[in-house]
Every structure is written in C-alpha cells, then in structure tokens.
Write a protein that binds this ligand. Sequence first.
Ligand SMILES: *Cc1c(COP(=O)(O)O)cnc(C)c1O
Length: 401
Amino acid sequence: MSNPVTDLIHHPYLPPAGFSAPQPGVFKASTVIFKNVAAMRSRDWKHKSGYTYGLHGTPTTFMLEERIATLEAGRHCILVPSGLAAIANVDMALLKAGDEVLLPDNAYGPGKALAEGELANWGITHQLYDPMDPADLAARISSRTRLVWLEAPGSVTMEFVPLAHLAQVCRQRGVLTALDNTWGAGLAFNGFDLGRGDRQVAGSGADIVVQALTKYPSGGGDVLMGSIVTRDGALHERLKLTHMRMGWGVAANDAEAVLRSLPSIALRYRAHDLAARELAAWLKGRPEIAQLLHPAFEGSPGHAHWDALCGGEDGGLAAGLFSVIFDPRYGAGQVDAFCDALRLFKLGYSWGGPISLVVPYDIPAMRRAWPHKGVLVRFSVGLEAPQDLRADLEQALGKMA
Ligand SMILES: *Cc1c(COP(=O)(O)O)cnc(C)c1O
C-alpha cells in the first residue's frame, strides 16, 4: 500500500471510456506521459500522430486546429496566442536577413509596426504597396521579395482590394502570399480559392491564410488567439518549426471557448453584417457624414471588388464593421464628443463580440496618401437590437451640434 498522498497523485481509478457529449473535453497539459522509453524516443510532434508535450498539442487544440482548417478550406492549421502572433509566426518562419516583405499600405497596424521594429532590427526590409493598384505591387517585387501580405478589406479604411489580381501578380513572380482573413472569417470568401460561388478558381488565392480567432470565431470579446492555415505540407512544416521554437502554444480553456463558439459563427456573422448594413445605410443619409466606408455599399472604395468576391443574389456577406468620415466642419473635438456621448457603443479595440464598439482614428498618421479632410470613426456592430443602436447614434449625433 502506498501512502494516501501518493494515491492522490497516482490514483488507480479510470473513468469508463466512451464518454460522448456535444462539447469536446478540455485536456490540459504541460507534461504528457509516455508509456515507455521507446515511445518517448520515437515521439513525433509534427504530424498529430500522438502527444509529446502540451505546447505541441492536446486533443483539445488538435480538434480546434482541424475545425479552423475546415473553416478556411485549408489542410493544416497552427494555433497561436493572438492574431498578431500569427502574423509574427509567418514573418519569422519565412524571412531572414537580406530578405524583403511587402505589406499593403492599409494593413493591420501592429503588423506594420513589427516590420518597422523587429524585422528591421534583424536586417529584413519592408515596403508598403498601394493595395488598390496591382501594378504598384508588381513594380515593388524584387529578387529579395520573399513574402507579400494581403488583406481585404483594409484595416479601418475598409477599401476592398483586387485580391485575385494581387495574388496573381505574386504567383507569376513566384513570391509566397499570406492573407489576413480576419474580416472574412472564412465565411465571406474562401482565401485559397477566390471567386464567387461556382466561379471559384482553385488555387487563385493565398498560400497562407491567417485569422485573428479573437474576432468572429471567438465571438465573445474574451479570448485572444490566432490561426495559420495552409494547404501545402512543406510550407506548414516550416511554419510549425518556428512555432515550436518560439513556444507559442495556446491554453486549453481558450481553445475550448473558441470550439464552443464556432458552431454559431455563420449565424453571428450574418447578424453582425445585417445590423451593420442597416446602421451604415442610415448614417450615410445623415448630414454630419461626408463618406461611408463599407465595401458592400456602392460608392465605397473597392465596392466592385467586394461584389465580385463576396456579393451574391442574397446580398453577399460583409462582416459587422464599417467606418464613416465626418463632414470636415466637425473638428476632432466634436467627433470625440460624439464618441463619448454614445452609450451602447463602447470605446474599445478589437471587434467580433456581442458589444458594439467605436474608435476614432487619426488616419493621416496611419496612411501614406489619404484624400479626406474629415475625422474617421470606425464602428464594430455587435449583437444588440439594431433599432437601439440607431437610437444611440442619433442621440450622440445630437450632442455634436
Ligand atoms: C485584430 C486583428 C488582428 C490581431 O488580432 P489579435 O488577436 O488582437 O492580436 C490581426 N489582423 C486583423 C485584420 C485584425 O483585425
């Protein structure tokens, strides 16, 4: 007989096998126990053939990886602790000193900051290209270009870029592409095979598709996570090696939270989208607003590109995000007062959760060329009743006069 303290740790009881429930189990581990030395020595953490260490996967994270790969129509998925970590993992796996990476001028800001900071420190240069002009991208590709980032629509300014054309330019020049698909969430369009419905062209999209699972896949505003999806096994392995060496694992409870939200992602995405379009249409008609930036609306930059990729008989899909530019007669102080006066829309970064959010941005500080004079405000529409959100916007506009 062992001491009871030992029995508490090495208890003989095993629950009956075959437990089955709608929600997968939460397996938590740093240590994984091998049955003998031979199993320990022959461990293989690369191919999901078993378990080696918590950092390299548990049943919970493997399950989420497979589901995200399905969502993005890819084959392999790596989970990382944030959307930004997904961008960093791709950059670090594919770039070395002397290489160059190209980013769209309207890229997610922290991805640019990484290029200006660590990548520059490591001797990796970057250039910003005009994402609305494939010829500008083509002109910037050189023998040092190893990676081109794509994003549709642009962060905050919401221009919908000619994605298929940009990807084609890179493919013709033999340069790898990585798409930040956080806005599309794997629902509005397929990042690997671009084109609408039965006009999808196999392999016309990106080589790598990343997503901030923080946004729509989580849907709760309470989890940070990112994914890196590929179809090519060798490319996946390069990314996975960097993932392993950097130690970018995700926590089981976070993976479980995303697994719980995933079945409702399409319903939520549609609801965010419909409410956002209703509010955007109303705001567009207001005298305080000079320009609406929402790719599903005619007159918004890149609308035709959005329509070709995401449109459809049923209205297509367009997420719950949009921006507006206030008439230049309203200064930054008045626009701040509008944002402060909102009650249901909260001031906060990120999006994809149940609560509507608002952020005023200083665009001239973020973009090389920006033609507008008025202040830009970005809205993320949550899951509140649209009529309540509209009343909130109306009362806050009233505070500006
Ligand atoms: C939010 C976001 C990210 C980063 O996600 P985090 O999980 O917050 O790091 C990356 N790309 C886009 C387009 C995003 O909106």
